[in-house]
Design a protein. Structure first.
Length: 143
């Protein structure tokens, strides 16, 4: 039986002020940031089909109306820990999401971007997918 070594989070929850745009989004429109993180983790980092108005964002808004919007980031945090083999537990997930949702969402966003980028770099055959332009020879004129 192989035991997978748990890793530390690359980004700490206390570094939630950078990048500034993500910080502002987490404070004033956390539903949009939650939706972006959800899309990124489900589509292997690809944000090409992402829309601000998605089902994850709507679910976050619905729970916010009930005052329990922290539940979705808490669940997502647990899913991220499992997917990326990160240290932590459900109690910590609950505390992070409940006590400081903006910091938690900012940390999750940065972590997902980092981890999905790292997973993309590790894909086999990546080297063969690069386009190498062919060198063009100058036209030779014979007179």
């Amino acid at each position: 039986m192989t035991t997978i070594q748990k890793q530390e989070w690359k980004n700490s929850g206390s570094s939630c002020c950078t990048p500034f745009g993500t910080c502002m989004l987490s404070c004033f429109c956390p539903c949009i940031l939650y939706g972006r993180i959800s899309h990124r983790t489900k589509h292997h980092g690809d944000l090409s089909g992402h829309s601000c108005a998605n089902s994850s964002c709507a679910a976050f808004c619905g729970l916010a109306c009930l005052g329990i919007s922290f539940i979705l980031p808490m669940i997502q945090r647990g899913e991220m820990r499992a997917k990326y083999h990160l240290k932590g537990n459900a109690c910590g997930d609950c505390l992070c999401a409940c006590c400081c949702t903006p910091c938690d969402l900012t940390q999750q966003d940065k972590e997902a971007a980092y981890r999905e980028g790292a997973l993309l770099q590790q894909q086999p055959g990546k080297e063969s997918m690069n386009y190498i332009p062919q060198q063009q020879n100058p036209a030779f004129h014979t007179h």
